[in-house]
Design a protein around this ligand. Sequence first.
Ligand code: SF4
Length: 362
Amino acid sequence: MEELSPAKWWEREGGAVRCLLCPHRCLIKDGRLGFCLVRKNVGGSLFSTNYGIVSVSTIDNIEKKPIFHFLPGSKLYSVGSFGCNLRCLYCQNYPLVEGGFDTAPYRRLPPGDLVSEAISKGADGIAWTFNEPIVWSEYVIETSRLAHDEGLYCMLNTNGYIMDRARDELLEVVDTIKVDIKGFSNKFYREVCGGSLEPVLGTCEAALERGIHIEIAYPVIHGMNDRLDEIGRFCEWVRLKLGQDTPVHFIMVHKFHRLTSHAEISFEVLEKIRLFGIQCGLNYVYVGGTTKSLAQNTNCPNCGELLVSRTGDANAEKVYYKDQQVSRFCPSHSDVRIMINGRSCPRCGRTIPIRKKSDLQK
Ligand code: SF4
């Protein structure tokens, strides 16, 4: 049964409400939902329909997000709800995005209960993931504050598509963030994802300004966002705006959802793109969406020394929603070995920007 919680970031406009959480700025009539399907106008006020609603939860390593340079090997309690403010044609978790609540299994967890559950499972942190956490922001913010009080860190796995005011409040509670940059043009965002690029870039820069550890994933789709001029502009932007030590993950997009007839990018091309990213001046470039590549280890950009090894785990626990596996293309890593000497490469002494627990300020 639907339960409503007052939403933030909206205003009245005519006889409707204007949601100001994300750049869609939906104008929502009484009784209707916004584009994300989880914010509703009831009697001239905006409500969240997914506050405290947990659809999936599991314990996994932070590497699965993927985040490789923040507390390597630490355990996250990964949780998701319903709703998203984009509509990517290849969405691997579309039942959480497009499905309704009516027939869906879920749990209702107040913030304190979720934090207690994370602690009881031995987690070091909470990951807001699976669906888009931006459209869960009221709950994410409140629960993350409690999690910090209990010594847990908070990770946001996001599309970054959010307006400034809500973004600033959300980033206040985030320790590490992985942002998908799904292509490097507004045309791609409009046609494949139903959004636009600039707000996503703004979120990345805002996270960096706040000292939040950020990693970028670029899902590569054959023939759609894999041209080297586009990848080159993306890498140049990362280097100039976020810094050349920002980890970048080129993710293999698989045939799925509405892209089932589309040819997948080959492993060889993905590897060429990774090497191109290094040529563009990025120091830490990885391949994701597959465990077949050694490009999931961290090597010293100066001398090539192996610094962190990560071994894919084909037997990791799978997470299901109804009968559908969620996040099916994100590999788990069972064995993470860190060979860094303090914060330096043991061979050449170069400083390696990988945060450990002792670096956390919050
Ligand atoms: S958060 Fe949802 S309702 Fe609000 S503007 Fe974005 S898509 Fe529309």
